[in-house]
Structures are given as structure tokens and as C-alpha cells.
Ligand binder design. Structure first.
Ligand code: SAM
Length: 279
């Protein structure tokens, strides 16, 4: 290992088996690990047999720790930065430290690994060629709506982080601004026991969470299909209902009823119904 390097080390987002070999080696070898919350990281390090000294660096003491850590790095110490889970700096502390290291000519090296946004995107079944990461949505409904308003015509897949106490309120605001029929994916408790990935419309997702308190628990990534992708994708549930109705009813009626049940666009359903009929 090189002297005077800051390693930015990703840690698991749930399943401890997701720690990398290189992360273990580096966390073992550095002189000090700066962690978001030492109480949170200690059990992980203990389970890996790593006894490297830990210091806390979180949003409240980040500026003061900056001086201490950069001085150590300039003196040749090698340090690691970790957060509670996933990749540091991604909706987590660390940006001022990494930026200052660059300004001071200190080498910063990433040890890639889990990140909830990328894990969710890789399994969501929404277009991945281009996407837009929005992090946590705003705390108040009016601020959230203001942001969603600016995003409603965005053609890229949108990715949001959300906590359990705001999930329903956020989804309701998303449905109001992006439309009940917009395709979305809820990626919940990834890599953990209750991992769930649900693809449906925003309207369906709001109703699902309303009716099933279990689906409101844990950690979430919400992905929203981009504005233009919306027309290309029907939810599996809408497709299932449409298939049933198209066997029994005229195409127009089947599409209209499915639109009323699912919130999907009538035109898109009509086109799909024609395809199902082979017309
Ligand atoms: N730095 C982390 C990363 O790289 O993913 C994210 C930290 S941020 C403070 C925590 C948020 O990430 C959670 O509120 C949730 O939105 C998302 N998250 C973290 N772990 C998750 C998981 N196992 N399943 C779903 N979302 C998760």
C-alpha cells in the first residue's frame, strides 16, 4: 500500500457478504478509518476481524475532522473513509474531505462496491442507458412538489432515495406531479431478508403501500420511468388485466376499463390491445 492515500471504501448495504476482498485488505492495513458512525461500523469491522482504529466523521464534525485527517495524510499516513452503508459521498458524508485532498494534492483512491442506487437500477427493469440520481427528496411536500415539477418532463430514468417515515407522502406527491399512470419501481430492503422489487404505476404503488403496512418498512429506492419511456412500458399488472378483458370485450372497451382500473394511458392500452388481438 502506498503512503499518504485516502481510500474511499464501499461497504455492504445489508448483506455483509457483499464486502470485497480488497476492502477487507485495505481496512485492515490503514492507520485509521474515518466512519460516519463508529457504533454502526464497529460490528461490521469486528465480524471481519479488523481492529483498525476508528474515528467518527459525520456532517456535524466534518469540517473540524478535515484538518486532522489531511494533516495525517500529508505526514504519510494512509486512511480509509467509510459510511454506514454503501458508497461514501453518495447521499453520505465525505465530499469536503475528498475535495480538500484534491486541492492539497493528496491521492484519493476508490474501492468500489455496493451502492443502493446502482443495485436498484440494475434490477429494476427500467432503461439504464441514461439515468438521473436525485438522492433524497425534499422534506416538505411543497419543496418536493417544486422539485418534481422541474423533473416531470425529464426523459431519463429518475432515482430517489427515501426513508420509511416519508415514503407514502413522497409517493403521493410523485403521483400528483408525474401522474398516477407513470411507471415506477420500488426497490426495498435490497440484499436483505425482505428484499422486494415492485414494478407498477405510481397510482398502483400508492394503493399498495396504503393497504400493506409491511411494504412501508425498511429502506427504499424509488425509480421513475423517464417521461418518454412512460409510453413504451405498461406495468405487468395493466398488461395482465388488459389480456383478460380483451378476450371478453371489444378492444376499445377493454382499453378504457383497464385505464380506469390501473391509471395507465388509454391510447397506449388501446395500441397494446390491438397487438394482443393481432390486429
Ligand atoms: N451511500 C449509500 C449508498 O451508496 O447507497 C446511501 C446512503 S443514504 C444515507 C441511505 C439511503 O439509501 C436509504 O434511506 C435508502 O433510500 C437507500 N438504501 C440504503 N440501503 C438500502 C437497501 N438495502 N435497500 C434499499 N435502499 C437502500
Amino acid at each position: 500500500m502506498e503512503n499518504g492515500v485516502l481510500y474511499v471504501v464501499a461497504t455492504p448495504i445489508g448483506n455483509r457478504g457483499d464486502i470485497t476482498e480488497r476492502a477487507k485488505e485495505v481496512l485492515n492495513a490503514v492507520s485509521l478509518i474515518a466512519a460516519e458512525d463508529t457504533r454502526h461500523s464497529r460490528p461490521l469491522l469486528k465480524s471481519l476481524g479488523i481492529s483498525t482504529r476508528l474515528v467518527a466523521m459525520h456532517e456535524h464534525n466534518e469540517r473540524e475532522m478535515l484538518e486532522k485527517l489531511t494533516r495525517m495524510l500529508q505526514q504519510g499516513d494512509t486512511l480509509a473513509l467509510i459510511s454506514d452503508a454503501g458508497t461514501p459521498l453518495i447521499s453520505d458524508p465525505g465530499f469536503p474531505l475528498v475535495r480538500t485532498c484534491h486541492q492539497l494534492g493528496i491521492r484519493v483512491s476508490p474501492l468500489p462496491g455496493p451502492s443502493a442506487a446502482i443495485a436498484a437500477l440494475s434490477a429494476a427493469g427500467l432503461p439504464t442507458d441514461r439515468f438521473r440520481f436525485e438522492g433524497f427528496s425534499a422534506r416538505t411536500s411543497s419543496a418536493r412538489k417544486g422539485v418534481f415539477e422541474t423533473l416531470k418532463d425529464e426523459p431519463l430514468t429518475l432515482i430517489f432515495y427515501e426513508s420509511s417515515h416519508r415514503i407514502q407522502a413522497s409517493l403521493a406527491d410523485m403521483a400528483a406531479l408525474f401522474g398516477e399512470g407513470r411507471q415506477c419501481v420500488l426497490a426495498r430492503e435490497l440484499t436483505k431478508l425482505h428484499e422486494t422489487i415492485i414494478q407498477c404505476t405510481l397510482g398502483e404503488l400508492c394503493r399498495l403501500l396504503e393497504n400493506d403496512p409491511d411494504q412501508r418498512k425498511g429502506e427504499f429506492v424509488i425509480l421513475i420511468a423517464g417521461a418518454t419511456q412512460d409510453d413504451e412500458l405498461l406495468s405487468p399488472e395493466a398488461l395482465r388485466i388488459l389480456k383478460l378483458l380483451v378476450d371478453e370485450l371489444p378492444v376499445k372497451k377493454a382499453a378504457a376499463l383497464t385505464a380506469r382500473i390501473t391509471g395507465e394511458k388509454k391510447n397506449r392500452l388501446y395500441q397494446q390491445a390491438l397487438i394482443l388481438r393481432g390486429e
